[in-house]
Ligand binder design. Structure first.
Ligand SMILES: [Ca+2]
Ligand SMILES: [Ca+2]
Length: 201
């Protein structure tokens, strides 16, 4: 039976404590077909997007099912990446990605108390029907040489009665999938912690 996970409230997220990093040397983190969500994660990837000396931190999230970008309405469906950038194993930055009324991606990086991290506008695009690509300025996350991260997809169907649909009490039971499942990954600047992409030396 597939798991169903209720939408986690922001208060729960803020209290989330990351366990010990999973695999510091991994590039792609596979995830099983483990929820009933349309945004069930197949794998997540960490890397870099470099153009000459300008490197951004790159994260990709691929799902099992194809999905249209307008699915990410920001209410019942969105993508989130939780970061620990201070090394204390607790979440201190949250990136949330959705699509606005015009169909454009919106990506906001915020601190735990909800303040926008100024001066850093993550770039988001779909590379195919399954995969979301997010590039983030190094300075937004790399006060130290590395950070921990874990991605969530959230999807609920207000018109459905399935596992991720409307409940008898009138609330949508949103399904959440998280990866890497076994715990946050460690990612860093170009170097031994991350080997994807072409990093200037
Ligand atoms: Ca999954
Ligand atoms: Ca998962």
């Amino acid at each position: 039976m597939r798991d169903r996970v209720a939408l986690v409230s922001i208060s729960v997220i803020l209290a989330l404590v990351f366990p010990v990093p999973a695999r510091a040397d991994a590039i792609v983190f596979a995830d099983s077909d483990d929820t009933a969500s349309r945004l069930d994660i197949r794998w997540v990837q960490q890397g870099h997007a470099c153009r000459q000396a300008d490197c951004r931190l790159r994260h990709k999230i691929r799902t099992f099912e194809a999905w249209p970008r307008r699915l990410l309405d920001g209410h019942e469906a969105f993508v989130r990446i939780l970061f620990d950038i201070s090394g204390d194993a607790e979440v201190d930055r949250i990136l949330r990605v959705w699509v606005d009324d015009s169909g454009a991606f919106v990506a906001q990086l915020r601190t735990l108390d909800g303040r926008r991290v100024a001066g850093h506008n993550p770039r988001v695009r779909k590379t195919n029907r399954y995969t979301l690509l997010i590039d983030i300025d190094r300075a937004a996350l790399l006060g130290a040489d590395w950070y921990r991260w874990q991605a969530d997809t959230v999807w609920g169907d207000p018109d459905g009665v399935g596992p991720c649909g409307m409940r008898p009490d009138g609330h949508v039971f949103s399904c959440v999938d998280r990866a890497p499942q076994e715990g946050p990954a460690v990612h860093g600047d170009c170097g031994p912690l991350s080997e994807i992409g072409v990093c200037p030396r």
